[in-house]
Ligand binder design. Structure first.
Ligand code: UDX
Length: 432
């Protein structure tokens, strides 16, 4: 099939490269000409395992091209995916300016039937607006369909998530649109859920909101565990074996960050309010998540007594492992809070240091975890990168001024570390 993807950000690039890999001819479009020029040279502006190779391979086979012209893309593709950003406005509302712009541009350049698919995460009823916009701007009486096909890609495993999805959600209003999308996804052999457009839009927001709720739920439980001497890891294991609950997204810790959960929750709360429903549950989820950062700071303060003038070695900046993304990362807030209290910061992360340099001030960036530990009075783990799980703790103990570990992701076994002589503070491990 000839398809195009408008918006060559994270979602657009992964989607475009994967559709090309499945044998389609794909045009990835972006209005940032400098970005398109880099992509044409094979330089990929984001870090995602396997993406660069996939792009190179499909460009080589002439199934994937990059362009800054929506006109060419619309002319040459029957299916057009919109994958532009939908950032948060100050009150949490999703900014849909980019979507409207693209819809207008598609309408002005349509030469025959087109299927326009929302891929970006958008609030319910955006499909209606896209339809109205295209009807308003289209030159002649050209037929078109609008569909919603939300993405569920996780950063760090996006290609695998695309190729092996749990489900594909297709929100459509015509058989033609359904058949086009079903045949596009057929090679993946995954369950396809066909719904109306509004249901598909809500499936995306509610899936992310539900996952965020699971995280905040277990983080709330971690507070009770701390108070009574229970271990949240044992509690999560005991809960997760119930098939109705499931074991995933029950890791207590520094809480969620990234480009999706915080933004999507804000947008969902906002659109619900507009529809006349006060989504108190999600407001609490958000509050618990934000509070988790202060909770970790307070644990450090309680252990160190006086924070001012002490050095904290922070391991991990990215909002989760296997990505360089620091958007809404707990690390940034926790580091700033520690600095506010007068702490000195040593920090190491395998991927995110360059990005963090733009947002953190007066921080000593280190080349490995051991350099970070040197002379510090507390070792704080905020992101559970694999290399932090396998540290040489005898060496760490020698390097630290004081053998204190605050494990913000519960990656260590308390007894093992206590045996070596560390004071271990976890999240909901019943020790603090
Ligand atoms: C998420 C959704 O999973 C994906 O379907 C959607 O398309 C985009 O948003 P992503 O933001 O890449 O993907 O990360 P994910 O792996 O889902 O983790 C989200 C956050 O939750 C991370 O900050 C992670 O550290 C945190 N988390 C996850 C927990 O704190 N505890 C858990 O048990 C699981």
């Amino acid at each position: 099939m000839n398809i195009s993807i408008i918006g060559s950000g994270y979602v657009g690039l992964v989607t475009g490269a994967c559709f090309a890999e499945l044998g389609n001819k794909v045009i990835c479009v972006d209005n940032d000409e400098a970005k398109v020029a880099l992509l044409k040279k094979g330089i990929i502006p984001i870090y995602e395992p396997g993406l660069s190779e996939l792009i190179k391979n499909n460009v080589g086979k002439k199934r994937l091209i990059f362009s800054s012209s929506i006109k060419d893309a619309v002319k040459n593709s029957e299916v057009i995916f919109i994958a532009v950003g939908t950032p948060s406005l100050p009150h949490g509302e999703a900014d849909l300016t980019g979507i409207e712009n693209v819809a207008q541009n598609i309408a002005l350049n349509m030469t025959g039937y087109r299927l326009i698919v929302e891929k970006s995460t958008v609030p319910v009823e955006t499909g209606e607006w896209v339809k109205k916009t295209i009807s308003t701007y289209v030159k002649r009486n050209i037929k078109f369909d609008v569909a919603s096909n939300p993405e569920f890609l996780k950063e760090g495993s996006a290609i695998n998530d695309f190729m092996h999805p749990d489900r594909i959600v297709i929100g459509v209003e015509s058989n033609k649109a359904r058949d086009l999308l079903v045949s596009l996804y057929k090679p993946l052999n995954a369950p396809i859920v066909v719904t109306n457009i509004k249901s598909a839009e809500i499936i995306k927001h509610s899936s992310n909101a539900f996952l965020a709720t699971k995280i905040s739920f277990i983080n709330a439980i971690s507070k009770i565990c701390d108070k009574v001497g229970a271990d949240v890891k044992e509690v999560a294991q005991g809960m997760g074996l119930d098939k109705r609950i499931g074991p995933s997204f029950l890791n207590a810790g520094a809480g969620y960050g990234g480009s999706c959960f915080p933004k999507d929750l804000d947008a969902f709360i906002n659109i619900s309010e507009k529809m006349g429903y006060d989504f108190n549950l999600l407001k609490a989820v958000k509050e618990i998540n934000e509070d988790q950062r202060e909770f970790i700071f307070q644990k450090i303060k309680k252990s160190l007594w006086i924070v001012k003038g002490k050095t904290v070695a922070v391991l991990g900046l990215s909002f989760k492992p296997n990505t360089d993304d620091i958007r809404s990362a707990p690390s940034i807030d926790i580091i700033k809070r520690l600095q506010e209290e007068g702490a000195k910061i040593h920090v190491y992360d395998p991927q995110s240091i360059e990005k963090a340099k733009a947002v953190l001030d007066k921080v000593h960036f280190c080349k490995d975890p051991y350099e970070a530990c040197k002379g510090a009075e507390c070792l704080l783990v905020i992101t559970e990168w694999n290399e932090f799980k396998e540290l040489d703790f005898i060496k760490v103990k020698k390097l630290l001024k004081r053998p204190l570990i605050v494990d913000g992701r519960n990656i260590y076994e308390p007894q093992k570390l206590e045996k070596i002589g560390f004071t271990y503070v976890g999240i909901g491990r019943g020790k603090s």
